[in-house]
Design a protein around this ligand. Structure first.
Ligand code: 13P
Length: 249
């Protein structure tokens, strides 16, 4: 059985006071949840503060990005060790917004993924097709390339620890969710691909999350699909009430 993961990606929202309010409310609302993993991914500026508040709770913390070098003259970047040092457990890698606005590629995803694992962070690797790619029937081709190139050269032993998030670009922040069947089709495709690459043992334990306009109203249906193991939630994770409903779907 794969333990469900409900992760909130706060993106570039929440100043210190707002973050403290959100996480303090959320902590109380989800305190009794035991059978699922709850992760929040705040901005770098509030990671420390949020971490302080959730210590000894059932909520874990992740960053939204990381650089692949250990240290050095890389102005503006944050290393995996720095994240580990402040108590981060997870890191999102290759979010479509990073790919589209900041030029990230499957190659940078691959470097970041390896660096994250080296420091003991658990990566949440994002993949997803654009609307144009879907309309041109390129979805599976695009996803296969992103998964294949993103994971290239990764040690087999690390594969089961990997978390993948399928986030169709056309569903992010648009209010337009993939139907549970559309999402399941791609999740199954990813799992079958992983099975061919790494064997059934690994592919059966990797968690594949869905992201793109996840809301309290659609999470249960999405989670009822065989290969959907959780959600990576943007907008609806910015409010304690709605994210706690998603966590308790
Ligand atoms: P929304 O839930 O706002 O569509 O964002 C999804 C997302 O990008 C999560 O990483």
């Amino acid at each position: 059985m794969r333990k469900p993961i409900l992760a909130g990606n706060w993106k570039m929202y929440k100043k210190v006071g707002e973050a403290i309010k959100l996480i303090s409310e959320l902590k109380i609302k989800v305190q009794d949840v035991k059978d699922r993993e709850i992760i929040v991914c705040p901005a770098y500026t509030v990671l420390n503060k949020v971490k302080e508040i959730i210590k000894d709770s059932n909520i874990k913390i992740g960053a939204q990005d990381v650089y692949w070098e250990e240290k050095g003259a890389f102005t503006g970047e944050i290393s995996p060790d720095m994240l580990k040092d402040i108590g981060c457990d997870y890191v999102i890698i290759g979010h479509s917004e990073r790919r589209h606005y900041f030029g990230e590629t499957d190659d940078t995803v691959n470097r970041k993924l390896k660096a994250a694992f080296n420091s003991g962070l658990l990566p949440i690797v994002c993949v997803g097709e654009t609307l144009r790619e879907r309309e041109q029937n390129l979805t599976f081709k695009v996803i296969e390339k992103q998964v294949h190139d993103g994971l290239k050269g990764l040690e087999d032993a690390l594969i089961p620890k990997l978390i993948i998030a399928y986030e169709p670009v056309w569903a992010i922040g648009t209010g337009k969710t993939a139907t549970p069947e559309e999402a399941q089709e791609v999740h199954k495709f990813i799992r079958d691909f992983l099975k061919r690459m790494y064997g059934e043992g690994s592919s059966n334990v990797i968690r594949i999350l869905y992201g793109g306009s996840v809301k309290p109203e659609n999470i249960s249906q999405l989670m009822s699909q065989e290969d959907i193991d959780g959600g990576l939630v943007g907008g609806a994770s910015l409010d304690a009430e709605s994210f706690s409903k998603i966590v308790k779907y």
